[in-house]
Structure formats: structure tokens, C-alpha cells
Design a protein around this ligand. Sequence first.
Ligand SMILES: *[C@@H]1O[C@H](CO)[C@@H](O)[C@H](O)[C@H]1NC(C)=O
Ligand SMILES: *[C@@H]1O[C@H](CO)[C@@H](O)[C@H](O)[C@H]1NC(C)=O
Length: 377
Amino acid sequence: MSSSRHSYFVIWRFVISNFWIFVCITAGEHQYLKTSEVGGDSPRNHTNTHISLPHTHFDESTSPWVEQVGEAPKVYYFHNFLTDTERQHMIKLAVPYMKRSTVVGGEKGAGVIDDIRTSYGMFIRRLQDPVLEGIEKRISLWTHLPLSHQEDIQVLRYQEGQTYGAHYDSSYDKDEFGPKYRLATLLIYLSDVEEGGETAFPKDSIYTDPSIPVRGAPWSDCAKGHVAVKPKKNDAVLFYSYFPNGTMDPASMHTGCPVIKGIKWAAPIWIHVDQFRPEELKNMEVVKKGQPPDPGVCDDYHAECSNWASNGQCLHNQKFMLDVCRKSCKECEHCALFDLPCVNRNRAQGGYLPIDREEMKSLGVDLWQQPEPSPEL
Ligand SMILES: *[C@@H]1O[C@H](CO)[C@@H](O)[C@H](O)[C@H]1NC(C)=O
Ligand SMILES: *[C@@H]1O[C@H](CO)[C@@H](O)[C@H](O)[C@H]1NC(C)=O
């Protein structure tokens, strides 16, 4: 049995390595794959955009390649999926809006805070800029699933002790609570983690090859004995919640193991059986307008704010006013440029993640770094 699994793995590696050789040969020097040919079925104008494929010498540690690690569930590991620049761009977009995560399961499927999930997170709007669009097209290309079936990319941060308990990403029964019909999950790692933080499949999961966990050791107790992968920045893991016949795969239950040492940044993208909010894609230009206000910045976002505030609206219309008129409601303080402690006080009032300069530096993100004063001439 294990030898047949082993040969499956060998065949798979053969197919994958030759896939890239094939891609490199067919991509040639100046030829690219048109996105319109790779599931770019969003209604935006893609005439002028292409995905270029790497055309360098194959090197396991830097070239993109795919490895199947799970037989049950089907788990695929994408090596070197993102570039450093793309990863840092995603973190930069996400950091201002990172808030305590919720889980689906409230009334009418609303997000609720639950101790099963103790991280901070946010969703990056789809197709927000060319970098993000490039990443989303690559996801479509690598998963062979259309871009319009992807949810917004979520960005999550787990610190020591934080975890996401075992759960399924999709429910099968129409009447069951929980998210519906997420065919596959792609989890992109945005940081390395010193210890713990593995993505593990605790329910009867089977490796494609018994040598994989041996090569990957050591594992935290949470991951030991199960199919599991370690977070590594720029890499990603893909798994399916359903069998090809459309029934749910019980082995797709998974958990974000507790982070033991370090901080884990990761970005799950759920890919649905059907298009995800197609009406939103049709109105992309509308959706893109109006970035939410930065919670670290103290400002009013409507010309009438001071009038409304003096009419007592800060109390009577609290929810709206605290979003739109924080300054007039005196719910924040004006911060000098680069006064991060002040910005963090404003953020804390709204339940947002305090920004840590050292952590940002270790991720290669220069948010909130005061520029070096230019030398006197
Ligand atoms: C799409 O974009 C190209 C290049 O910018 C332009 O020439 C073309 O007219 C556009 N097509 C549509 C349908 O807007
Ligand atoms: C669907 O496929 C799975 C895995 O091969 C199998 O265990 C299950 O019995 C199948 N279900 C149906 C209804 O065919």
C-alpha cells in the first residue's frame, strides 16, 4: 500500500516537473498566456493584461512548483507561490484594517466573535489594484478554477497561543449553519513561524508519501500524526472540501495549530462551487470607490459632522456617527506624523490591532517607519 502511494508520488512529481518544463518551453521568450484563456472570466477589460510565466532555470528553493502532500484530503503544496514584493504589498494593504476575527454562525450567518478563533483579520477587496489582480489571476491559473469564484482574500495574524480550532470551511447540508459550497481553500503564508502554527488535518488524513512528515520534522503536538504543512512565507497550500463526485470529504476538517513561537501571517482564499457575489464583480468600479477610513487617523468623513455632533447625534445615532464623524464626536485624537503610539490609541478604541514597528520591519514592510533624515548638503 505504501509503495503504491510512493509510486503515485513519484509519478506526480514527474508530471509536475515536466509541466513546468512544458510551460517554460511553450511560454518562450516573448510569449505569454493571455488571461482571457485562463479562467479570467470577470467582466473587466483584460485585453491589455497578461500573466508571464517564470522562464528561468528550475531551482526548488526559488522556482514555483507544486507538490501533492495529502491523499486524504487532497492537499497540494505550492512552493514559492508569491514574490516578496507581492507578499509585502498584501500585508501593507491589510495592516490598517486588522481587527479581531469572527466566525460565521451568528444570526443569518453574521460574523461573531468566538473563542475558537482568536486571531486578528480583515478582507482585502477583490481586484483592488494590479498587484492583487495578478495574484488573483495566478490563483485561478494554479487551481484551474475561475477568478469569479474566489472570495475576497482574507489576511490573518496569529500570535503566540492563538489558534483556529478544527473546523470545516464549507457545510454540505443546505439547512446546516455555516458557509456554503466552498469547493477549495487556498491558504497563502505571509510569514515564517518559528514553532507551531501548522495547518493540520486531524480527521483520518493520509499523506501521499510517508517520507513527507519525516522530512518535515519536527512538528508541534497538534500536527503530529496528521497530514500537516508548516507555514513558510510565499508558499501556499490548496485543499479540497469535496470529492470529485460532489460529496463532502470528511478528511478536509482542518485546524490552524497554536503558534508556539513567533507570529503567523496567512491569507486564506475560499473558492466556491458557484460565482461569488457576481453582482459585485459587475459593479467593480463602484465597489472600488471609497476605501474605508483608516482607523488610526482621526477625521470626519462628512461635511455635516460638526453640525450633527452639536445636535446630539453622537449619542442618538452612535453607530453611524462613530464611523463617519469620529473627530467631531471626540472619539479620537489628532496624531502628529509618525506618532505611532497616538495612532495605536485611536486604533485600540475601534478594536484594531496595534501596529508594532519591529514586527512590520521583520516582515519587510516599511509602514510607519520614519524616513531617515536626509544628510545636510
Ligand atoms: C480594453 O482595453 C484596451 C487597451 O486599453 C482598449 O484598446 C479596448 O478598447 C478596451 N476594450 C473595451 C471593450 O473596453
Ligand atoms: C463519493 O466519492 C467518495 C470518495 O471516492 C466515496 O467514498 C463516496 O462513497 C462517493 N459517494 C457517492 C454518493 O457516490
